[in-house]
Structures are given as structure tokens and as C-alpha cells.
Design a protein around this ligand. Structure first.
Ligand code: 3H9
Length: 690
């Protein structure tokens, strides 16, 4: 078995190499290997200098995040850094790839640093609800100053090698392919050690440093990790190095134990697991050069823009000259906006072909239908696509609610049809749900997955069940919010409670924003409408109060679309419906609203898992975070379910069901997990059959 760390002797130079694919994370085995190799190099009289490097795609990209849920194992990364820094023999770090977190801390403890020109260097711990915990808060400001150190740690964003060189984070930039040679030459040249802990020149203007710290501290609402970063950086300025390290260790331990860090770490791994589709092991994606888009309304133009921006040639088919002109205006506006904000490259529209003729899609490798949510319209489009698309073209629908099977049948190409469900605005939102019908072939799925990755999106697999994962979750969330309205809550109370929970918008402001008529059209087309559903949204639509676009909905809006108070007519309608349907009133509080909506989401998620619509609880969390702005630091509803325990969630739902049995139906899987005292994360694992 390959050792995760090896020592090679090159004359008087000890080359210590980390080999722990894929990203050389500093796991316990790597730390133990580093410690052993460092000892060996230090004790060997024939060795005069040490070069730290890594195989593969990167110098360590940080501590091994998967170890953070278990008790720490020796040696601590911080102790290794101290060992390197206090070495009497010069230690040079040869950096490439993404030198992040603990990897950069290791490098900063070395006496000299050389980085390949394409290297990115950063301290992204804050994105995991943490702060650098191996001396980073003390060494970074000593090397680059308080301002840059705080910028790096509070944003978590990496900097380029050339900037790191200019700022003093590294000593030399090396051209591609010559890194180890250049670093070895530096190691041979440097006779002295230069310890970062002794550097004070960045702190000469103490008053300016303190002013910078005070300015950062005055920003309200900073999360725990950010506050601790500021405290520790201040300590770097004010207290001896060792005391600063102690403060950092305590702060790291506190952050590691926080719910926010647990949620963010869960999100990190859930995102990576979600993109692993079983089809990727069965088939390779087809080459996609040209994407076809049928229908360029709001969604279609966003999708077209995202594809153009990613470098695809895009053929958009619209109806009639007016359709083409409208599409051009919408795509053009997105392009201009993106260009002005520096989010888009110039010339992205060069590869756009706007037409009214479906035949133009004959050269497309993947076609996304984005017509209105009308089953007949979509069926007709798929019939045409079956005739014009070249063999093997992936035929995707952006629908989430409609049954895919009739569309696939209409095309005559069942294996090529799937759902590619983008979220609005499609060129910005990071989620794409891929709805996979039973008949879809693996290559079509792999190709759709490949497209989503090239677009920089997070693809999540769902079966093709109507609503996929996201809209089934949304339906449950809204239905429970509606139930609370019948039981005494006002829409504005629900919205305020969910904003303070961390959602970007409450459910009613969100519906007003996107337009109440969309869901109304869907309800009217439903074969079996829910007899318990709130009638208020239908009553509003019948009164042509569709939300922001018509000036009235749950709220009133001024001529610029700015939201005002609750719509008094809506309140009268709601009061009327409550009289017609007397349900036991609840003592409404923000906590009660938040709890009802959270357990409703968990219950719906349990149903999706049992139905097989979602493969993993984490997939549901990724959909909620990326599709609906669910607060990332909470991890997602299924992560929260495990933190509460399914037993507790089931207890609450059963309690709510006693008061309102027509609405609450505990999902069988939730009840089973509760009875067996198990968690969602164990679902499907050994001991529990799906
Ligand atoms: C830290 O360092 C704390 C210290 O200050 C103090 C300690 C005391 N650990 O993203 P990818 C896995 S906190 C474990 O798909 P990419 C990842 O799960 C850490 N595993 O590739 C995936 O596994 P799988 C600070 C990790 O090319 C595989 O590697 N560092 C870690 O798109 C490939 O990942 C960070 O926060 C890790 N640290 O992006 C950096 N990193 O294939 C976090 C990755 O089984 N990592 N994996 O699903 C990243 O930002 C990206 O992974 C990176 C590569 C840019 C490195």
C-alpha cells in the first residue's frame, strides 16, 4: 500500500512528499507520516534542508473535513506547523493546485514558499463555519498584514500566486513544470531559517491596524466564525504568538462544536455526494457543442444565456417573428446586465441562433424544451422534436410538474427523454434537477449531468415523479403555511418568521413575486385537487390580484413594484374563508410557524426517500439550499431532522396531527426511523432496508 507521506533523499535535501488523493487532505495518517518524515530529516546529520511537496493535483487542500465529526487524533496539525517552523534546518514549501486551509497553514509555517504560477491560495474555513485552526490567524497577518489577512479569512476566497507573491505570502512564483527544481534550488540557497512567528514588520502602523479591526468588528450580524477570526487576528497584533495560538485553538474548538459549522460541513459533503449519479459508472457523456432551447420566455432565455456564457452554440426556437423579437430582447437584456456587472464575457451572443423553424434543431446535441406548462403544447413539441432531432440527441423538458411519459412517447424516443429542471433565474441559480424516467438510458443522463457541470451548476438526480424533489418539497411547505393561515396566522407573520429562520423570502412574498397565476393555472388543470387546500390564492386570482405584477396579491405594491403593507382585500377574503372553514385556532408565534414548516419539510422529505424520488437525504438538502435559498448553515431540513432526531420530529408531527388530522399525515419512513431510534443519515445503510 502506498504510504501517504514519503521521504526522498536528494543529496543534502530531504524531499517530503504527501500522497493522499484526491486533494491530499491532511488526514491523521498524513499528519503521522509528516511527523515521522520530519523527525527523520531533522535527526539526519546528512540532511541540511527540507522540501515539502505533494503529488497529484494539489498541495494539501486543507485538513480532512471528514475527520471533524470524530475525536481528534495526534499529531495536531498546529503542532506539526510549530515543529516545521521551529526546525533549525530550512524548510521550503513547493506549492501547486489549490493550497487551502490547513495546507496553506502548513506552508506558512515553512521558512520559504515557492508556488507554481497557476496555484490558488486561500483560507476557506469560514465557509465551513470555522476559522483557520493551525496557526493561520497568527501567521497570515504577520506575512501579509491585518487587512489582507482579514480579507482572505472573512471571505474565504483564494488569491492567485502572482498576488500572493506581491503581498508577501510566498517568496517566488515558478513557471509550470519547474516547481520542484525551483524550490530545491531555493532550499539549497537558503542557509538560514526565517520564522513567520518572528515577523512584526506588518504591524508597524499599529493605529491603522487597530482601525481596520474596529471597522470589521462594527459590521452587524457576523456569524460566530467571522467574529472569532477578527478576535484572533487582533490577538496576533496585541499578544505574544503562543498566546495567540491558544486563543485560536479555543475559538476553533468552539466553532467546530457549533450547529452552523455542522450544517455547513454537511452541505459540503452533501453537494459532492449529490452529483454522483449511478449512470456515470455505466456510460460516458456525449459530446455537446450545440444546445437547442424551445421557447425563450423567462426560463428559456435564462437557460439560453447560461449555455451561451459557458461557450455552447445555442439555437433558440420561438413562435413567429414576435416571439423571436421578444426572445432577443430578453436574452439581450440578460447579456447587457451580466456584462455591466462583469459576470459575463464579451461576445457571448456570437453563437446565438434565433429562429422560428424547428428544423434548425437538427444539429443540436441536447435540446431543452421550455414552453408553457401545458401538457398538449409540450406533447406537440416533443412530437416535432422526434422528427427533427438527430439520432441520440438528448431531449429534455424543463417541466417539473408534468408527467414526462406522454412527452417521451410523443417523441418516439423514450430512452433519450428526461427532465432538466432549472430554477429561475436560470443563468444565476446553481441547482439543476435531473428527472430520470425509468426508460431513460444512462448515456442521456450522463450527458445531461455533464451539461449541468459545464454550466457550473449542481446537478441533483430525482426520479421523474411529478414535481421532482424540489416542487414536491415546496408544495408541502406551502400547504402547511396555508394551513397556518386558516388557523389564525397572517401571511405577513409567516413571511417574517421564515425570513428570521433564514429563508431569503417568506412563502407569500415569494408567491407574490413570481405571480399567483402560475400555480393557479396548474391547480385548474389538476385532476384531483386537494379538498383541504386553502382557497384564498384562487379567490385572489379570480379578482385578478396576481401579486406584484398586478399591484396586489398578499401585499400591495406601488407602481415601481415596491412592496407595501398586507393587502386589506386579501385579509377580508382570508377572514371570510376562516369563517367558512372553522379550524381550531393556534397561538401563533414565530417559533410555532418555523417549527410547523420545518417538520412539514422533513415529513415530505421522508416521503420522497421512501418513494425513491430522492436517493439520499442529503440530495433533498442540496435541492433546498440551492433551489430555494434554505439557509446553508442549517444544512437542510433532513440534516436538521437528524440533529433533532426523527423520534422528536415524529413526536411533534403526531402532536400536530391530533389537532389537525386532515392535514398532518406522518410519513411511514419517519415513523419507522423514530420507532427504531435511527437517523436519516442511516437510511439505506447497513441495518436498515430501503
Ligand atoms: C481546515 O483546513 C482547518 C484547518 O484550518 C485547521 C485544522 C486543525 N477534506 O470538491 P471536489 C474531497 S478546514 C476531505 O469534488 P474539485 C471531496 O469530498 C478545510 N475531503 O473537487 C471529494 O471527495 P469525493 C479547508 C475533501 O476539484 C474530492 O475531495 N479546506 C476535502 O471540484 C474532490 O473534491 C477546504 O475547505 C477536505 N478538505 O475541488 C477546501 N477537500 O470525490 C475544501 C475535498 O469522494 N475543498 N475533499 O466526493 C474544496 O474547496 C475543493 O474540494 C477543492 C477541489 C477546491 C480542493
Amino acid at each position: 500500500m502506498t504510504q501517504p507521506v514519503r521521504l526522498e533523499r536528494h543529496g543534502a535535501l530531504a524531499l517530503i512528499v504527501v500522497h493522499n488523493p484526491p486533494v491530499n487532505a491532511l488526514s491523521a495518517a498524513v499528519r503521522q507520516g509528516l511527523e515521522a518524515c520530519l523527525h527523520e530529516a531533522m535527526e539526519d546529520a546528512d540532511i541540511s534542508a527540507v522540501l515539502l511537496a505533494a503529488d497529484g493535483r494539489t498541495f494539501p487542500a486543507g485538513a480532512d473535513i471528514s475527520e471533524f465529526n470524530s475525536p481528534p487524533q495526534a499529531p495536531a496539525l498546529g503542532d506539526l506547523c510549530n515543529m516545521i517552523e521551529t526546525s533549525e534546518k530550512p524548510v521550503v514549501a513547493a506549492l501547486h493546485g489549490t493550497v487551502l486551509g490547513g495546507g496553506l497553514e502548513l506552508a506558512m509555517a515553512a521558512h520559504y514558499r515557492v508556488a507554481e504560477e497557476t496555484t490558488l491560495l486561500g483560507l476557506p474555513e469560514v465557509k465551513l463555519g470555522l476559522l483557520p485552526g493551525a496557526g493561520g490567524t497568527q501567521r497570515t497577518p504577520r506575512l501579509v498584514g491585518i487587512k489582507v489577512a482579514l480579507d482572505m479569512m472573512l471571505s474565504g476566497l483564494p488569491i492567485k500566486a502572482v498576488d500572493a507573491d506581491r503581498l508577501g505570502l510566498i517568496d517566488k512564483v515558478s513557471p509550470l513544470k519547474t516547481l520542484r527544481v525551483d524550490a530545491a534550488a531555493l532550499a539549497a540557497e537558503m542557509r538560514d531559517v526565517r520564522r513567520t512567528r518572528d515577523a512584526r514588520s506588518q504591524f508597524e502602523d499599529g493605529a491603522a491596524c487597530m482601525a481596520d479591526i474596529a471597522a470589521r468588528r462594527s459590521v452587524p450580524g457576523r456569524p460566530l466564525a467571522s467574529r472569532k477570526i477578527i478576535d484572533c487576528v487582533e490577538a496576533a497584533l496585541l499578544v505574544p504568538f503562543e498566546i495567540g495560538l491558544d486563543m485560536e485553538r479555543d475559538a476553533f474548538t468552539e466553532c467546530l462544536a457549533s450547529d452552523a459549522s455542522a450544517g455547513l460541513r454537511h452541505a459540503f459533503f452533501a453537494e459532492r455526494h449529490a452529483t454522483k449519479f449511478p449512470e456515470l459508472a455505466q456510460a460516458k457523456p456525449q459530446q455537446v457543442d450545440t444546445v437547442g432551447v424551445v421557447g425563450a420566455g423567462l426560463m428559456g432565455s435564462g437557460i439560453a444565456m447560461a449555455c451561451l456564457d459557458a461557450g455552447f452554440a445555442v439555437t433558440v426556437v420561438e413562435q413567429g417573428e414576435a416571439g423571436v423579437t421578444g426572445a432577443l430582447a430578453r436574452i439581450g437584456a440578460l447579456y447587457e446586465k451580466g456584462l455591466a456587472k462583469g459576470q459575463m464575457g464579451e461576445g457571448a451572443l456570437t453563437d446565438l441562433n434565433l429562429t422560428t423553424g424547428m428544423e434548425a434543431l437538427g444539429t443540436a446535441d441536447l435540446i431543452i424544451e421550455c414552453a408553457s406548462e401545458d401538457a398538449q403544447v409540450k406533447r406537440d413539441i416533443f412530437t416535432r422534436l422526434g422528427l427533427v432531432a438527430k439520432p441520440g440527441t438528448v431531449l429534455a423538458s424543463n417541466t417539473s410538474y408534468l408527467d414526462l411519459e406522454p412527452l417521451a412517447r410523443a417523441s418516439g424516443r423514450m430512452p433519450d427523454v428526461l427532465a432538466l429542471h432549472f430554477f429561475a433565474p436560470a443563468h444565476r441559480m446553481s441547482l439543476v434537477e435531473i428527472g430520470v424516467p425509468d426508460a431513460a438510458n444512462a448515456q442521456a443522463v450522463a450527458t445531461a449531468h455533464g451539461l449541468a457541470k459545464v454550466l457550473g451548476k449542481t446537478p441533483v438526480r430525482s426520479t421523474a415523479a411529478p414535481g421532482l424533489i424540489g416542487n414536491q418539497m415546496l408544495t408541502a411547505y406551502r400547504a402547511t403555511a396555508d394551513r397556518l393561515l386558516l388557523r389564525g396566522a397572517q401571511p405577513a407573520q409567516v413571511d417574517a418568521a421564515m425570513r428570521s429562520f433564514g429563508m431569503p423570502m417568506g412563502p407569500y412574498e415569494a408567491q407574490d413575486y413570481s405571480g399567483l397565476d402560475i400555480a393557479w393555472a396548474r391547480r385548474k388543470a389538476m385532476k384531483n385537487p386537494d379538498p383541504e387546500a386553502l382557497l384564498l390564492p384562487d379567490i385572489l386570482c379570480e379578482a385578478e390580484q396576481f401579486g406584484r405584477k398586478s399591484g396586489k396579491g398578499y401585499y400591495v405594491y406601488n407602481s415601481e413594484g415596491k412592496r407595501g403593507a398586507a393587502n386589506p382585500e386579501m385579509l377580508t377574503m382570508l377572514a371570510g374563508e376562516r369563517r367558512m372553514r372553522p379550524l381550531a385556532r393556534l397561538a401563533i408565534t414565530p417559533e410555532l410557524i418555523q417549527d410547523h414548516l420545518l417538520v412539514a419539510l422533513i415529513n415530505a422529505g421522508a416521503g420522497l426517500l421512501e418513494a425513491g424520488t430522492a436517493a439520499r437525504p442529503g440530495d433533498i438538502d442540496v435541492v433546498m439550499v440551492h433551489g430555494f435559498g434554505y439557509p446553508r448553515h442549517k444544512g437542510g431540513p433532513m440534516h436538521q431532522a437528524d440533529a433533532l432526531t426523527p423520534f422528536e420530529v415524529a413526536r411533534r408531527i403526531n402532536l400536530y396531527a391530533q389537532a389537525d388530522p386532515a392535514h398532518w399525515h406522518p410519513a411511514p419512513l419517519l415513523s419507522r426511523l423514530a420507532a427504531e431510534r435511527m437517523r436519516f443519515s442511516q437510511y439505506g445503510a447497513a441495518g436498515m432496508q430501503k
